[in-house]
Design a protein around this ligand. Structure first.
Ligand code: NAI
Ligand code: SF4
Length: 442
């Protein structure tokens, strides 16, 4: 079975990036419907839909919205997290670049539900052209009366602002994002208080991923109960997956989360298999922060079932034999890839992106990078492998924000599942630097 397109339904319609074509294809109908409902009724639909945050954490969206504090006379905000920076993840960019009005439509409905009269899209600095596309879409939506004062006679006022980041991965962490939005250095805050209580400018704020907010459109149109019928178990609705690495058809796919991982990799409707008939070695299925799994554990769960492309099945077995859905950045590695080298490149990334506030992350990411570099280059010792293991253990759970965990998990999983490869590097120093990795699209 191929894609189930709710969000990308009209992605291939010529001109869908612009208002006229978007409106002709049911655009802004969910806003019309939402204005016939109360905010409480919309919240109930989102809760019933079972929608889980699509940025990576999978936190129930309806529950997050219900946590929003509503003190008398204090403005509330919706902030869309478009700081998509997780290596391997590019699904939000696709959505914003090709169907920007879908995000705006979802934002208007969500803002109405949450009582946000000023809502923000915080977009990563490198997506400069996408920010321009969004600005243009906002101008079009405003001209058509979907933004501004008393939208379509509803009595609801809403403005949407685009704020560009400066290119720091850490600003995708919601509290760092809020600091940056306020014009400060993007250092994560200690939680609690959660943004739902004390967010942008100290006001109650909901921070949601682009895809989560876009999903509000089909939820309102089809009802939460119908949306919840798609998918399996607590993995309801559809999920965008950005697929890359050693596959024949890299790209963004919208799945209903019932596919097996094997089907997703090998079916022509999705990744189309591995180039040149190479064997599957491993996969990082949810963006670089989630544990890498070798092929045998990737395709089959701890209980011997075919592993499915959804939250529960990917996590089956915990970190011993499972991984995470994460942000849906699906990175495939063929038999020629060197796990030590790729773990080193990820460690280098996390060291570079650490904000430096807490010692285990600031120091630990640097140590991990140095040790991985020397092992990768054939200058490592056997004891370095245990040292690496020890360092990642000391980072995990001991930091202000999840970047520390995100740096530790890939190292832990690589050692857990590919220790022999680390040992090979130590035992074969002269061969380490003559390898040809050639990971296209990575
Ligand atoms: P989290 O689990 O700490 O929080 C999830 C959400 O639920 C947050 O918005 C938080 O404010 C809210 N929340 C949780 N408990 C709450 C409570 N008691 N009251 C009110 N609100 C509450 O995870 P976090 O830090 O938001 O995200 C981490 C994930 O982000 C990682 O798993 C990683 O996969 C993903 N990620 C995605 C990136 C991307 O480019 N899409 C980049 C980096 C990380
Ligand atoms: Fe900064 Fe790393 Fe601490 Fe997060 S874990 S606050 S990125 S030093």
């Amino acid at each position: 079975m191929g894609e189930t397109r709710l969000l990308l339904k009209h992605a291939n319609v010529p001109g869908i990036r612009h208002y006229d074509a978007y409106r002709e294809h049911d655009g802004y109908k969910s806003v019309e419907k939402a204005f016939t409902m109360t905010p409480e009724e919309i919240l109930e639909e989102v809760k019933v839909s079972g929608l889980r945050g699509r940025g990576g954490a999978g936190f129930p969206t309806g529950m997050k919205w219900s946590f929003l504090a509503k003190p008398e006379g204090v403005p509330r905000h919706l902030v869309v997290n478009a700081d998509e920076s997780e290596p391997g993840t590019f699904k939000d960019r696709y959505l914003m670049e090709f169907i920007p009005h879908l995000l705006l439509e979802g934002m208007i409905v969500s803002s109405y539900c949450l009582g946000s009269n000023a809502s923000y899209i915080y977009i990563r600095g490198e997506y400069a052209w996408v920010a321009e596309i969004l600005e243009e879409a906002i101008t079009e939506a405003k001209a058509a009366g979907w933004l501004g004062k008393d939208i379509k006679g509803s009595g609801f006022d809403c403005e949407i602002y685009v704020q560009r980041g400066g290119g720091a991965y850490i600003c995708g962490e919601e509290t760092a994002l809020l600091e940056s939005l306020e014009g400060k250095r993007g250092n994560p805050r200690i939680k609690p208080p959660f943004p739902a209580v004390k967010g942008a400018w100290g006001r109650p704020t909901v921070v949601n991923n682009v895809e989560s907010i876009a999903a509000v459109v089909p939820i309102i149109m089809m009802t939460g109960a119908e949306y919840a019928k798609i998918g399996v178990g607590r993995s309801t609705g559809t999920k965008l997956i950005s697929a890359c690495g050693n596959i024949n058809k890299p790209g963004v796919y919208e799945i209903d989360m019932t596919q097996t991982v094997e089907e997703f990799i090998y079916s022509d409707e999705f990744c189309g298999g591995i180039p040149n008939g190479k064997k599957l070695k491993a996969c990082i299925p949810g963006g670089s922060s989630v544990p890498i799994l070798p092929a045998n554990l990737l395709l089959t769960t701890a209980t011997g079932q075919p592993r499915l492309m959804n939250y529960e099945s990917l996590a089956d077995g915990g970190f011993a034999t499972g991984t995470m859905m994460g942000s849906g950045g699906f990175i495939v590695l063929d038999e020629d890839q060197d796990v030590v080298y790729h773990t080193y490149t990820l460690a280098r990334f996390y060291r570079h992106e650490s904000c430096g506030q807490c010692s285990p992350c600031r120091e630990g990411t640097g140590w991990m990078e140095k040790i991985l570099k020397r092992i990768d280059e054939g200058n490592g010792k056997m004891s370095d492998i245990d040292l690496l293991w020890d360092i990642q253990r000391k980072i995990e759970g001991n930091t202000i924000c999840p970047l520390g965990d995100a740096a530790a998990w890939p190292v832990a999983a690589a050692i857990r599942h590919f220790r022999d490869e680390f040992e090979w590097h130590v035992l074969n120093p002269e061969e380490c630097l003559t390898r040809n990795y050639g990971l296209a699209h990575y």
